[in-house]
Ligand binder design. Structure first.
Ligand code: 13P
Length: 248
C-alpha cells in the first residue's frame, strides 16, 4: 500500500431524496475518526440534493460533485439543464462528465469536450468517464475507443490541469461483472501511458460493480488512485467497508 491519496467517488445516479441525507452522518463520523488515512470521499447526488449535501458536508472533509452539466457557461434557454456556474455556486467542486449512461443518450466526445472546458472555466474538477461497450470489447476495439475518448474529450485542456479519469467498462456497470485483474491492468496502463504524456497531475479511477466483496481483489492491482462507485455507494456501510478494505 503506497502513500498516495485514494479517491472514493459516490455516483448516486437518479437515486435519493431528502430522506437519504441521514445516511451521511455515518460517513461524516467515519471520515472524522480516520483523519490519519489518506483518502477523499466525494458524493455526487442528483441535482435536487446538491444544495443539501453541500450544506451538510461543508464542515467535513467530504466533497460534493454534480453528475453532469450543460456546456453553455451562460444562462440560456435550455429547459431541464443547469450549467457549471450554477453548480459551482452551490459549493460543489467536482463534476462527472462523459458517463456512459449519458453517452448512450447521444452525448458525443465533442459535446463532452465542450462540457469539460466549461467545467474547468468554472473551477470544477472534472471526473471524465471513459470505457468500451461489450460489442467494442469483443471486436477488440477497446484501446482504439479509449484513446479516441481521451483525445477528443480532453482537447484544448491546459496541461497543468488536475485531471481525473474514471475507466468504466460499460459492460461492467450495474452487472456485477468486473474485468479480471490482467485485463484491468492492461487497460489502466494503457490509459496512464496516454494521459501522462500531457497531464502530469492525473488521477486514474476504476468504476463498474465495485462493492465490499470484490474490492480487495481489485486493490491487489495497486495501480489505481481510487474508485467511482454506483449502487454500493448509496449504502453508507458498504461505502465505508470499501474504504476500510482499501486501507487494510
Ligand atoms: P455500479 O457501481 O452500480 O456498477 O455503477 C458504476 C458507475 O456507473 C459509477 O459511475
Amino acid at each position: 500500500m503506497t502513500n498516495k491519496i485514494r479517491y472514493f467517488i459516490a455516483n448516486w445516479k437518479m437515486y435519493g431524496d431528502l430522506r437519504s441525507l441521514k445516511t451521511l452522518n455515518k460517513v461524516i463520523k467515519f471520515t472524522r475518526s480516520n483523519r490519519n488515512k489518506r483518502f477523499r470521499i466525494i458524493y455526487c447526488p442528483p441535482f435536487t440534493l446538491l444544495s443539501s449535501f453541500s450544506k451538510i458536508l461543508k464542515k467535513s472533509k467530504i466533497n460534493v460533485g454534480a453528475q453532469n452539466i450543460h456546456e453553455d457557461l451562460n444562462f440560456g434557454p435550455h429547459t431541464g439543464f443547469i450549467n457549471s456556474r450554477m453548480v459551482k455556486s452551490l459549493g460543489v467542486n467536482y463534476v462527472i462528465l462523459g458517463h456512459s449512461e449519458n453517452r448512450v443518450l447521444g452525448e458525443t466526445n465533442i459535446k463532452i469536450n465542450k462540457k469539460v472546458l466549461s467545467a474547468l472555466k468554472s473551477k470544477l474538477n472534472v471526473i471524465l468517464c471513459i470505457g468500451e461497450t461489450l460489442y467494442e470489447k469483443r471486436k477488440k476495439f477497446t484501446k482504439k475507443i479509449l484513446k479516441k475518448q481521451l483525445v477528443q474529450c480532453l482537447k484544448g485542456v491546459n496541461k497543468k490541469t488536475k485531471i481525473i479519469i474514471a475507466y468504466e467498462p460499460v459492460w461492467s456497470i450495474g452487472t456485477g461483472i468486473v474485468p479480471n485483474n490482467v485485463e484491468l491492468e492492461n487497460n489502466i496502463n494503457f490509459i496512464k501511458s496516454l494521459i501522462k504524456r500531457k497531464f502530469k497531475n492525473h488521477i486514474i479511477l476504476y468504476g463498474g460493480s465495485v462493492n465490499p466483496k470484490n474490492i480487495e481483489k481489485i486493490n491487489q492491482l495497486n495501480l489505481l488512485d481510487g474508485y467511482l462507485i454506483g449502487g454500493a455507494s448509496q449504502n453508507s456501510k458498504k461505502l465505508i467497508d470499501i474504504v476500510k478494505k482499501t486501507f487494510n
